[in-house]
Design a protein around this ligand. Structure first.
Ligand code: COA
Length: 331
């Protein structure tokens, strides 16, 4: 059975930097509050006209270049996002159009911050089953256009940023290398702990002027509940993955956790007994880019030489749904 190998990684973040200080123009917040609670110092926001498909295209081309491949080599696209460019169709088909590869299937994954790990689980199953040999896996998010940039929305507005990350996954025959396993979970009882209610099909009409006046078109979050579940579920999922492969935390070289909050990542690190240099954190510079955090962090870590051939890499995700999951990869 073939193994899923990461042949290339890539990322793209918009050039427009929004510092914590910039946010104080629009809301009652401070650099100290944001840094102390989240570790975030700045994030990137898209300029007018930049789409998720365009950011995904740039990240994908970087990943393809690293893999020594062309768009025409891709057999399938799997794309995670909670912020599609339009309500439907998904961003995957727009990316496919931008890459100029008509006919190639494009699947959008709706698993929020766990989108990349969920997508990896699907792509890995396709590769193992022999259905596709080269899959482009992308996480892309534009959060900035949907945030309540006022004191009312400050709990969420300071956390999120925009960006895209991509990986080219190929079928490999070397048993010593590739994705060892993926583990994904969800618990819909917590769906409304972090959610976007409007405009949605269960409302008729989908959005009203009253909804907009009340700010119901903005995302809502029970921050403390999310925090509590994230610091439990991510280490649990990593331990589950290690156990499934007869490994322990001592075998991990590098952990790439979802970048939700630096405090969350530090607690996950402590629970797994890892050193600072084993955990990839870039939330200080990008905030939480939802489905894009893990592939952006992976691509940066590869370029910095922190992830090298032969390393045992663990991914851990947690997000709205709640959804969560992990993956273990022999790089
Ligand atoms: N700036 C300044 N003050 C803020 C603020 C901001 N951006 N956001 C909230 N506050 C205020 C609150 O209004 C509250 O004030 P009050 O005590 O006068 O009512 C106070 O700060 C404490 O708020 P609270 O929500 O209890 O803070 P917290 O310690 O839970 O930290 C989060 C808030 C959002 C940083 C934290 O809950 C968190 O990180 N949760 C997880 C979020 C996450 O990761 N989401 C994505 C998951 S994929």
């Amino acid at each position: 059975m073939p193994r899923t190998v990461f042949a290339g990684t890539g990322y793209y973040v918009p050039e427009r930097v929004i510092t914590n200080h910039d946010l104080t123009q629009w809301m009652d917040t401070s650099d100290e509050w944001i840094v102390e609670r989240t570790g975030i110092r700045e994030r990137r926001w898209v300029p007018e006209g930049m789409t998720g498909a365009e950011m995904a295209r740039r990240a994908s081309l970087m990943a393809l270049e690293e893999a020594g491949m062309e768009p025409g080599d891709i057999d399938a696209i799997v794309l995670g996002t909670l912020s599609p460019d339009v309500f439907f169709p998904g961003t995957g088909v727009y990316l496919q159009k931008e890459l100029g590869i008509p006919g190639v299937p494009a699947l959008d994954v709706r698993a929020q911050c766990s989108g990349f790990v969920y997508g990896l689980s699907v792509a890995d199953a396709w590769i193992r089953a022999g259905q596709y040999r080269t899959i482009l896996l992308v996480g892309v998010e534009i959060q900035s256009t949907g945030l309540d940039i006022s004191t009312r929305g400050r709990d969420l507005a300071v956390l999120f940023g925009d960006g895209a990350g991509a990986a080219v996954l190929v079928a490999g025959d070397d048993d010593a290398r590739g994705v060892l396993s993926t583990h994904i979970h969800a618990d819909g009882r917590y769906a409304e702990m972090l959610w976007g209610e409007c405009g949605s099909s269960r409302k008729h009409p989908r959005i009203t002027c009253e909804d907009i006046e009340a700010g119901r078109h903005y995302p809502k979050m029970e921050g403390r509940e999310v925090f509590k579940h994230a610091v439990t579920r991510m280490p649990e999922a990593v331990l589950e993955a290690l156990d499934a492969n007869g490994l322990t935390t001592a075998d991990i070289d590098v952990l790439v956790p979802h970048q939700a909050n630096l405090r969350i990542s530090q607690m996950v690190q402590r629970r797994l007994g890892l050193r600072d240099d084993q955990v990839v954190n870039n939330i200080q510079r990008y905030g939480n880019t939802t489905a894009a955090t893990i592939p952006i962090a992976l691509a940066e870590a590869v370029r910095e030489g922190r992830i090298q051939r032969g390393h045992l890499v663990a991914l851990a995700a947690f997000g709205s749904g709640f959804t969560w999951g992990s993956a273990i990869i022999r790089w």
